[in-house]
Every structure is written in structure tokens, then in C-alpha cells.
Write a protein of this length. Structure first.
Length: 263
């Protein structure tokens, strides 16, 4: 009896995300069933408000589910790195010192530190329907036909855009490739990789008499650390290019610059 209870608790821990996902879907289905799109007993505005709130609640819950999975991945990475550090310490001459140098980094990984740290790069796809008539049902088809939680694919973020399509982001490239394969082989859905553009910046109040070459030289002279991080002046000039200028003949200009993938 005790063994079966322990096993049940272990299954609950291992499948917590699936359990949460199922409960979210069941809750939303129950609410939407009780508040149909057409009803004589409930006002139109009240029905619309309740149904929209239910959809938002489900979307927020799924985003939180993605964050939970992301934090679990980070936690597993931290455990793995800690074990590797301990294993290396057995080989080195001063194992205690090396462990003490590394471990505090992981000890300070509080929730606040994780939230404020620089986000890891993600891989995204845009999901749409093969039939335009079903465009407003992308989210529902994704949950019923694909079921990312059943595929054990960690989702970092889900976002519905105005066109009715859905953008899904994953931390791992293999996860997004696996999800793409499943979606594209389904009968009603299709996906397209989102290629992120290069960084851009706008410099305001630039003297209209300042040409491209002089402007880059001034930027280099006033931003030594930035230039060094790009690999030197020559490398910086190759990576940062002026695209165009805005402003009238008698006014100072706004300069738009673009950066390559390396910058």
C-alpha cells in the first residue's frame, strides 16, 4: 500500500505539467460549455466577456506552464554543472578552492535572478491552418491535434497574433524542429520558421554636415568597450552600417544603422 502511494506521488511529480495542462483544458471546456456563444438567458456582452476571459486565462496558464518547464530545464542544467564541478575537483590539486569558486554562482540563482538575467535565445515558428476557414481555430487545433505536452516538447512561450495565427517559441532547436515536423504532418495545421532580423538602432540629433565615415569614427572614439567587444575598429565598421537618414535640409538628422549577426 505504501509502495503504491509513493509511486503515485512520484508519477504526480513527474507528470505535473501534464496534469496542470489537462486541468486547464477541462476548466476552460467546462466554462465555455456553460456559457455558449448563443444563449437567451445570458446577455451578449456578458457571454462575450466571460468567453474572452476564459481564453485569456487559458493562454496565461499555458505561458506559465512553459515557464515551469523552462525553469525545470535550468534547474537540471544547474544540477548537472554542479556534479561536473565536483567530479573535476577530485582530479585537481586544490579541489576545495575550485568548488568554492564555482558553487556560489548557483547558490544565488533565486527566482529574482532568473527573471532579471538576460533571456536565452529562443527558436520560433508561426502556426496557421491549411484551410483559411479554420484560421480562428489555430489555438484549439494545436491543443487537440498536436498536444505539445503529450509530445514532451517544452514550450517557452505561446502568443496569438491578430491574424489568428499562433507563434510558439522553444528554448531548444531540436524541440522546435520536432514540433514543426508533427505540425506539418497534421491534416489541418502548417508551420513556418520565424527568422529573426538583425538588430537596428536609431541615432537622433546628428549634425546634417556629418558624413558616414566621420560619424562611425566618432562612435568608435566614444565607445571603446563596444568596439573591443566587436573585435576592433575594422570589425566594428564591417558589422555596423548606416542604412539611411531622416530629416529636412536645414535640420539635424536621425540616422538609422543596422548590425550584422556577428555584432
Amino acid at each position: 500500500m505504501e509502495d503504491s502511494l509513493n509511486k503515485s506521488n512520484l508519477d504526480l511529480v513527474n507528470n505535473a505539467e501534464d496534469l496542470l495542462n489537462d486541468r486547464i483544458n477541462n476548466l476552460s471546456k467546462t466554462i465555455l460549455k456553460c456559457i455558449p456563444e448563443k444563449s437567451d438567458s445570458i446577455r451578449v456582452e456578458a457571454r462575450k466577456t466571460c468567453r474572452e476571459a476564459t481564453e485569456k486565462l487559458r493562454n496565461h496558464a499555458l505561458e506559465m506552464l512553459g515557464m515551469i518547464r523552462f525553469l525545470k530545464i535550468e534547474y537540471e542544467k544547474a544540477i548537472k554543472e554542479t556534479i561536473e564541478i565536483k567530479n573535476k575537483s577530485n582530479i585537481t590539486e586544490k579541489p576545495i578552492e575550485k568548488v568554492e569558486e564555482q558553487l556560489p554562482i548557483r547558490k544565488n540563482r533565486t527566482y529574482a535572478n532568473i527573471v532579471t538575467q538576460k533571456p536565452e535565445p529562443t527558436y520560433a515558428i508561426k502556426i496557421s491552418t491549411k484551410n483559411n476557414k479554420d484560421l480562428g481555430q489555430v489555438e484549439q487545433l494545436l491543443k487537440t491535434n498536436v498536444q505539445p505536452s503529450k509530445l514532451k516538447v517544452p514550450i517557452a512561450k505561446v502568443k496569438k497574433i491578430k491574424t489568428g495565427e499562433v507563434i510558439v517559441e522553444c528554448v531548444n532547436k531540436k524541440d522546435i524542429e520536432r514540433l514543426t515536423t508533427v505540425i506539418n504532418t497534421s491534416q489541418k495545421l502548417q508551420s513556418k520558421e520565424i527568422i529573426k532580423g538583425n538588430p537596428r538602432l536609431i541615432l537622433n540629433n546628428i549634425d546634417k554636415n556629418l558624413d558616414k565615415t566621420t560619424l562611425i569614427e566618432i562612435i568608435c572614439n566614444n565607445n571603446r568597450e563596444l568596439v573591443e567587444s566587436c573585435g576592433g575598429i575594422d570589425s566594428f565598421k564591417q558589422q555596423v552600417k548606416e542604412k539611411f537618414r531622416l530629416g529636412g535640409r536645414d535640420k539635424d538628422r536621425s540616422v538609422r544603422a543596422g548590425c550584422t549577426d556577428k555584432s
